[in-house]
Design a protein around this ligand. Structure first.
Ligand code: MG
Length: 303
């Protein structure tokens, strides 16, 4: 996207950032979106004011690939550089930001500890807890929940780094992995050109999101996701694929979208039988993405 094709959302976001700069970056801009929610004392905007967004990097950013396999069941290649990217949508100021957990939810991140999380090797999660939110500690490793889940409803809030560094997939990258296999992408897709099936909200390498409602660097986004685990029969044959339904900032990105196997980088993958249960993992992709207010509900079958 060139600077000349900025949408209203991008312009509004730029004005917002400019406003922070001139306002001395007080915390009031964000207080409203988690007022009254205990545990969310984080003030992301107490960090130094953000610099203006860098010049557009379209000419330099990798836009995708031509040498990858075709996605099974689709006409596009994995990370296809010719696949259209989703349209930018200006979401509301808040949606489920600060949503208190329902009574039957398991709180995975309330803002006081990282006890629900661990490294894959079982050691304590080494990410930082700062003023009520959790921040990726780059190169320390991805983290996963200690508990396992099957079908589930997940609420999660994230903010990509307020300091814009890198480009394309190197900018504000993280991700939510269901059962360690199926990634819903987290990326700073704000004025950041990258391939369609790697945008924020992509079911990575398979399905681009239906829209791009991401907020700018340093601003909180809210994810509400329903994950349906795949099913296998006694012989290990797939009887039902995994599905994901995803809302980002109140905008539907996927409506019970079917996955053709685990998500992967530059490759396709096939289902291999497993229990249909697993942890929720958050990706360390080397960027200091922040998280707050994560809770999960187990969901069952209809009677
Ligand atoms: Mg990722």
């Amino acid at each position: 996207m060139s600077i000349h094709s900025l949408t209203g959302a991008h312009v509004a976001g730029s004005l917002f950032l400019a406003g922070l700069l001139t306002a001395g970056c007080t915390s009031t801009h964000h207080d409203h979106d988690h007022a009254g929610h205990a545990g969310h004392t984080g003030r992301y905007t107490t960090t130094p004011p953000p610099p203006p967004l860098p010049p557009q990097q379209d000419a330099l950013a990798p836009e995708g690939y031509e040498d990858t396999p075709v996605i099974r069941g689709q006409k596009w290649k994995v990370h296809d550089k010719t696949r259209p990217v989703p349209a930018v949508v200006a979401s509301g100021a808040t949606f489920s930001h600060g949503a208190p957990p329902p009574s039957d939810a398991k709180v995975l991140l309330g803002g006081t500890d990282l006890n629900s999380w661990q490294l894959d090797n079982g050691k304590p999660a080494p990410w930082k807890l700062i003023d009520g939110f959790m921040e990726v500690e780059p190169k320390s490793g991805s983290i996963r929940t200690r508990e396992e889940f099957g079908d589930c409803q997940l609420h999660l809030e994230f903010a990509t780094p307020i300091l814009v560094e890198g480009k394309s997939q190197g900018r504000g990258n993280s991700g939510i992995y269901f059962h360690g296999k199926f990634e819903t992408q987290i990326l700073d897709s704000y004025q950041n050109r990258s391939y369609a099936d790697g945008q924020v909200g992509a079911l990575y390498g398979q399905w681009p999101p239906l829209a791009n409602p991401v907020k700018g660097p340093g601003q909180w986004n809210s994810y509400d996701i329903v994950f349906e685990a795949p099913r296998f029969d006694a012989s290990g044959t797939l009887t039902r694929p995994a599905y994901l339904t995803v809302f980002l900032n109140g905008v539907v990105l996927h409506n019970r979208k079917e996955l053709n196997g685990p998500t992967n980088h530059r490759a396709t993958d096939v289902y291999k039988a497993y229990s249909g249960r697993g942890p929720i993992s958050l990706q360390d992709h080397g960027n200091r993405t922040r998280f707050r207010n994560i809770w999960i509900r187990r969901i069952g079958e209809y009677n």
